[in-house]
Structure formats: C-alpha cells, structure tokens
Design a protein around this ligand. Structure first.
Ligand SMILES: [Ca+2]
Length: 276
C-alpha cells in the first residue's frame, strides 16, 4: 500500500513537469505606466515610439508614445498614471472597431475587426492614405519580413498570409501543437517566428511561422493585474530590437511590462549548426 501511494505521488508530481517542459522562463526587466482607458488590440515599436491601437465602438483610436530604451521605474516605485490626452494619435469613426496594427515601409496598417477594412495610415500625421479590403474578421496583424507578407489572425486557429500590395489572401497557416489555438489575437512577427496572444488566455505562444507549430509558450499569468474587469485580458506584444526584449500588456492594464527570454532554436537551424 505504501508503495502504491508512493507511485501515485510520483505520477502526480511528474505530470506538471512534463507539461512545463515546453514553457519558456522569462524575466521582468522593466515596467511602465499604461492608461487603463486603453482597450489594447495592437502594440508595436516604430522609430522609438510605441504605437498602440485601442478597440470598442465609439472609443477606437491609435496612439503613439515616445518610448525610451531600457527600464524606467525603479522596483517598488509607483510611476504616475498614463494619460492618453497628452499622446499623439487619432480617433476612429464610431462605425469602426480598431484591432491589430503593424508597420511596413514606414506606414501603419490597422485592422478594423468586422468592417473588412485595413487602414493604411501615415504614422507621423495620422492621415488615412488608403483602405484595403478583407473578408471575414481581422483581429491581429504583423508584417513578416522573411516572407514579405502580412500575417493576420481572425479569431480562429488559423493565420492568413496576405500581400502587402493589396492585402489579398495568399495562403492560410493552421496553428498546431499540444493545445487548442482558437481565438488567436495580437501578433508579433520575428524572424521565422510569430508570437501570438490568444483571447482570454494568459499565454504568449511561440509559433514556427513555417510550419504553424507552437514550439513553446510563456505563461504570463503572474503579470495579470488583480481586480480588473473580466475583459481586461492579456493582449499586446512588441519586440524591442534595441535591447532584445519584449513589451507586453493587456486591455485596461495599468502597466506595460518589459520582459526578456530566449527563443528556442528552430529544428532546421539546429541541424544546420550541427552540420556546420
Ligand atoms: Ca504586435
């Protein structure tokens, strides 16, 4: 009987370790104030400014804030609340619900959820330059330089590859792995990877953009603020090439976090390194 108990205990202890093998550790290296009025849909750094799109009908907007390199607030201090009043930006027509945003050749591209319009915007003057059409829903977007295509999520477990010239559909990538990957949301393209949030999940998924496989994930549960609205979910990923860190936040969150982690080496890169 004692042995049986020991065996059961070992099995119970072993299971979480197996599940955690695919989870990447990360360090929080900085944090910044984030307006709790922002319903974060897209986050991306461009020329030292952190751009953010914020959703909801009648409140949708895109803002840009100067964003310094490195961490700002010393541990334990309380930075002043961010006010969107002082930030550059543009408010959208009340018929449009802002979703993800990204940059390509100096222009900002913004999805509008069910409106089927990708807005091409001048990020300096926030002037609308063009509209491109898409069918279905648009949630998250990033420009993938290796394929020279946009990657777009639409609330499913698929990512659509779309042309930069007219946003026409090229191909669809189904996201696979150990979990259920429906409701893919905000995206960040990075080399052969796409990093993704999933609506109402505390994870940052690391996807091999060539195969669609989730090769790893970060569990960001510890960053989720307590006592906020149930819609105040993790959403927002921006890569900072200046110090190889990542900025993450959520809808209505009071903070943006700067985190550092090491991406796994992808399979073909591994074999090439061995062969070399
Ligand atoms: Ca992003």
């Amino acid at each position: 009987m004692y042995r049986l108990h020991t065996l059961i205990a070992l099995v119970v202890v072993a299971l979480p370790l197996r599940a955690a093998a695919n989870t990447l550790p990360y360090d929080v290296v900085g944090h910044y104030p984030h307006s709790t009025a922002l319903f974060t849909q897209g986050l991306e750094l461009f020329h030292g400014q952190l751009f953010e799109s914020s959703g909801l009908y009648g409140h949708s907007k895109v803002i840009a804030r100067p964003f310094p390199e490195g961490s700002t607030a010393p541990e334990g201090s309380t930075p002043p609340e961010e006010s969107t009043e002082t930030l550059r930006g543009v408010t959208l027509d009340k018929s449009l619900f802002a979703e993800g945003l990204t940059f390509h050749r100096g222009r900002l591209y913004l999805l509008t959820w069910r409106a089927g319009q990708l807005l091409e915007i001048d990020p300096e003057r926030f002037a609308l330059l063009r509209r491109h059409a898409y069918k279905g829903q648009g949630w998250g977007i990033c420009y993938h330089s290796r394929r020279d295509l946009f990657a777009m999520s639409n609330g499913s477990d698929e990512i659509q590859w779309r042309r930069t010239s007219d946003f026409s559909l090229v191909d669809t990538l189904t996201i696979t792995g150990a979990g259920n990957y429906q409701r893919l949301n905000e995206l960040e393209c990075h080399g052969d990877y796409i990093l993704a949030n999933q609506w109402k999940q505390p994870y940052l998924l690391v996807i091999d953009a060539r195969s669609g496989e989730v090769v790893s994930q970060l569990d960001l549960s510890a960053l989720i603020p307590e006592g906020l609205h149930q819609e105040a979910v993790l959403n927002g990923i921006a890569y900072d090439a200046r110090d190889d860190t990542w900025l993450v936040t959520g809808k209505l969150w009071p903070k943006i976090y700067r985190i550092r982690f090491t991406l796994p080496v992808l399979e073909t890169a591994k074999s090439a390194a061995k062969a070399g």
